[in-house]
Design a protein around this ligand. Structure first.
Ligand SMILES: [Zn+2]
Length: 217
């Protein structure tokens, strides 16, 4: 397999990390950070930077913990919805921390999730965790939004699901065009959220009033 093919494969967002690749050792990862420090123009052996490669690698373990987690398994603990409840369930303002796959710098924002259950519902903490599993991978916001919505659709089979993410990308605010204050909004609407105007409007109006809080990030 030539290296160009490998590169393309790894840039494709997927539910599971590629298992075909050998995972570099911690020492190799730390050596790579050391190289980046030197390349930036500093001395990795000076006092303040001595422990940095180790700290960066440990930070990566947290930032990218999502590769080791199965999003589908997360949603398998469900319970029967109360028979009298046929309405939309919305979780709004879920704190979102991810990293863009182009620059590996933070994407910070909020996710809003709504669905209309048919038979089964999940605890709200599970949906928060689902956002985390996908966010703690290298991402683009469009893919992140779709992965969350598609997984809910696939596992819970609700009447409809909507996911809206509003986020600021530090690759736009601290480098490149350097324009702070821009947030990107992405959405994925499935089932009744896409086909039924009333459902869609109900969802957007429930989350709509909170848009301004995004700027806190
Ligand atoms: Zn970026």
């Amino acid at each position: 397999m030539d290296s160009a093919v490998v590169e393309r494969r790894t840039s494709t967002p997927s539910h599971t990390a590629s298992k075909a690749r050998r995972r570099p050792s911690r020492a190799e990862a730390e050596a790579a950070v050391r190289t980046l420090i030197e390349w930036a123009g500093d001395d990795p052996d000076r006092e303040g930077l001595e422990g940095t490669p180790n700290r960066v690698v440990r930070a990566y373990e947290e930032f990218f913990a999502g590769y080791a987690q199965d999003p589908v398994a997360l949603l398998t603990t469900t319970f029967e919805k109360p028979a009298s409840y046929d309405e939309m369930i919305v979780l709004r303002d879920i704190r979102l921390e991810s990293h863009c796959e182009h620059h590996i710098v933070p994407i910070l924002g909020k996710a809003h999730i709504g669905y209309v259950p048919t038979g089964r519902v999940v605890g709200s903490s599970k949906l928060v965790r689902l956002v985390e599993v996908f966010a703690k991978r290298m991402q683009i916001q469009e893919a992140l939004t779709s992965q969350i919505a598609d997984t809910i659709q696939e596992v819970l089979a609700p009447r409809g699901v909507g996911v809206v993410i509003e986020a600021a990308h530090q690759c736009m605010t601290t480098r490149g065009i350097r324009k702070p204050g821009i947030s990107m909004v992405t959405s994925r609407l499935l089932g009744s959220f896409r086909d039924d105007r009333t459902t869609r409007q109900e969802f957007l109006s429930i989350i709509g009033g909170r848009r301004s809080t995004l700027q806190e990030s």
